[in-house]
Design a protein around this ligand. Structure first.
Ligand SMILES: O=[N+]([O-])c1ccc(O[C@@H]2O[C@@H](CO)[C@H](O)[C@H]2O)cc1
Length: 507
């Protein structure tokens, strides 16, 4: 018998306004993200600054609103001063995070000017691994200061008069992770982050600060880390970070397809941890979440075994995961989860943008192309505007090894005036009938985008990616099987993600 789910939608039931920064991404000095990724002078599409036009065009098509830089693990041993000033005077150094010789050809100015040209809001991270308060405050002054002080004047001497006005700042990266250069306990990090943040806001009171949360929900210190860090930083920070990567392990497809539920629980737990600190302090402040690293990453199954990286130079090929259509369905489902938490997750970054666990791939001196995961992100960034609606979803569940019971159908909906979008995921291997109930509301569902999962391992290179996309990503009519006033029935394809533009009018 066909499985059924119900989704109740009403324009008055709302989660919250969607912050466009939730469609951010991430450019780290890692592998080929920067060199031969966004930047490759001599490439046939390179602009006058040496940045690849083909990559920038795909970035625009992807709909990325914001980009985090320069790390990631990279930032925890980075001296930002080494990456500014005349390029010919910059010295290479050993990036200890990825054991790569970093030439310092691209630094703060080059990145910020690229982001500005491409209309992307930058999100900068400061080094709280090997450095501290003074270097962090100096970098804010370098980026945002007006003429008349040392670091702002250095920026001007380096050819940039106007302050960049970088609004979002990460206080370090994954400082709870033993792999991090300058790894700290929650107390050590919390105290340092509070002081660095205080100094940074004294330089520019308009900035927003992100404290490091846990590197994943599986960290032994998860929960206690958030509590301790927020106790120290409560008065100075605006957001706490979350990072999560999901992968299919041992062919356990059901758990992998349930990743969005794991992300949902992770968000609820971090919100609870933050609110518990606030409650104890009798504070009305709502700390929000910067989910500044999320994606599918074959981390345990591939990367962890390859962690003893040899020292390399010239932008080595590391962490260049190749994605399947199944991965794309999961990415779409993770976006559904983020939309459903629009009230507490204003900032998120798909990690990363180019070549490194990325929706966009390049060959040096060759083409740039989309991975299957490109499409659910691009469609969501394009369609999800205005307010996220608070849906009521009733769906059959499946018991998974990793996450226990997870629903077989997930959904999100957004509304901007009378224009909206509905996002639906079927995690089951069978078709599912969804009764979309919209009492008192006339709903039209237009042609949208569907991704259906595949069963093959992804193969490197543009040809396989193009074939997978041609076979599994399609523009489709809304799969409506019945409609009556206040109720529309749709059939969702097995293991699929669907985005449909809607118009919503009160009947
Ligand atoms: O679970 N792990 O073993 C693990 C290891 C590294 C790790 O790094 C994070 O992911 C990297 C790639 O985006 C970023 O540079 C860093 O912030 C995140 C998780």
């Amino acid at each position: 018998m066909t499985q059924r789910a119900t989704v109740l939608l009403h324009p008055d039931f709302r989660v919250g306004q969607i912050d466009r920064r939730v469609f951010g991404s991430f450019v780290e000095h890692l592998g080929r993200a920067v060199y031969t990724g966004i930047y490759e002078p001599g490439h046939e599409t390179a602009d006058e600054h040496g940045f690849r036009r083909d990559v920038a065009d795909l970035t625009r098509e992807l709909g990325v609103t914001m980009a985090r830089y320069p790390g990631g693990n990279f930032v925890s041993n980075y001296n930002w001063e080494d990456g500014v000033g005349p390029v010919e005077e910059r010295k290479p150094f050993i990036d200890l995070a990825w054991r790569t010789i970093e030439p310092n050809t691209i630094g703060t100015d080059e990145f910020l000017q690229w982001a500005e040209r491409e209309g992307i809001e930058p999100m900068m991270a400061v080094n709280l691994g090997t450095r501290g308060v003074a270097a962090a405050a100096a970098l804010v002054e370098y980026c945002n200061g007006e003429a008349g002080s040392r670091w702002a004047d250095l920026r001007i001497a380096n050819g940039r008069e106007k302050p960049y006005g970088v609004r979002l700042w990460c206080l370090g990266n994954e400082m709870d992770g033993p792999w991090q250069i300058g790894h700290k306990t929650a107390d050590e990090y919390g105290k340092l982050a509070a002081e660095a943040g205080k100094a940074m806001k004294l330089v520019d009171p308009t900035i927003e600060l992100v404290a490091c949360g846990s590197s994943s929900m599986q960290m032994d210190t998860f929960g206690e880390w958030e509590r301790t860090v927020l106790e120290h930083t409560w008065d100075v920070v605006d957001h706490i970070s979350m990072h999560a990567y999901y992968e299919e392990l041992d062919g356990d497809r059901a758990s992998f397809l349930g990743s969005g539920t794991a992300m949902d629980r992770f968000i609820r737990r971090v919100v609870s941890s933050a609110d518990a600190v606030g409650a104890r302090r009798r504070s009305d402040k709502a700390i929000t979440i910067s989910f500044d690293e999320w994606n599918v990453w074959y981390l345990q199954s591939r990367f962890v075994g390859e962690k003893n990286l040899p020292l390399q130079k010239d932008a080595p090929r590391i962490i260049e995961d190749v994605y399947s259509a199944l991965d794309a369905v999961v990415v779409g489902d993770l976006l559904v989860t983020l939309l459903n938490h629009a009230d507490r997750v204003p900032v998120a970054c798909l990690a990363q943008l180019v070549n490194v666990i990325a929706p966009i791939m390049t060959e040096p001196d060759g083409p740039a192309w989309r991975q299957p995961t490109f499409h659910p992100f691009a469609a969501t960034a394009r369609l999800a505007r205005g307010t996220a609606l608070d849906l009521r979803v009733t769906a059959p569940t499946v018991t998974t090894k990793q996450h226990g019971d997870v629903p077989l159908v997930t959904a999100a909906a957004t509304l901007d005036g009378t224009e909206g979008a509905v996002f639906l995921v079927n995690r089951s291997a069978e078709p599912v009938e969804v009764d979309l109930s919209h009492p008192g509301v006339a709903l039209t569902l237009a042609r949208g985008v569907q991704v259906t999962a595949d069963h093959e391992a992804a193969v490197e290179g543009p040809d396989h990616a193009a074939r997978t996309i041609a076979e599994h990503v399609a523009e489709v009519d809304a799969p409506v099987t019945a409609a009556e006033p206040g109720r529309t029935t749709l059939t969702l394809a097995p293991e699929s993600w669907l985005a449909l533009p809607t118009t919503v009018t009160r009947a």
